[in-house]
Design a protein around this ligand. Structure first.
Ligand code: HEM
Length: 81
């Protein structure tokens, strides 16, 4: 069974700032990326995805289609959709 809690997109939308934590989704998974924002090589642009899906942004910034980026993302997983 899946050890991660399940959330809705409405739940994710509530997490858009450091106080409430910053959540994003990717491929059916939910990530709390609050602690990664300051580490992001692409700077504050990462906040455009706060509370929603990464897919539309990563379609534009193909640099993310790498194993390295997927490994980083998995460190921040908190749930599934
Ligand atoms: C670069 C991770 C979200 C825009 C990068 C790189 C990583 C990364 C590891 C360096 C890639 C490399 O050089 O090999 C992430 C993670 C994200 C995220 C884990 C979400 C949790 C976003 C979003 C945007 C974005 C939402 C745009 C709206 C960029 C840009 C670069 C970049 C423009 C290139 C920076 C440069 O080389 O100057 N990101 N990113 N990223 N990211 Fe993100």
């Amino acid at each position: 069974s899946n050890p991660f809690p399940q959330y809705t997109r409405e739940d994710v939308k509530k997490h858009t700032n450091p106080t409430d934590r910053i959540w994003v989704t990717y491929s059916g998974e939910v990530f709390d990326i609050t602690d990664f924002v300051e580490l992001h090589p692409g700077g504050k642009r990462i906040l455009l995805a706060a509370g929603g899906a990464l897919e539309p942004f990563w379609a534009l910034y193909g640099v993310h289609k790498s194993e390295h980026v997927m490994e980083i993302l998995q460190e921040y997983k908190v749930g599934v959709l």
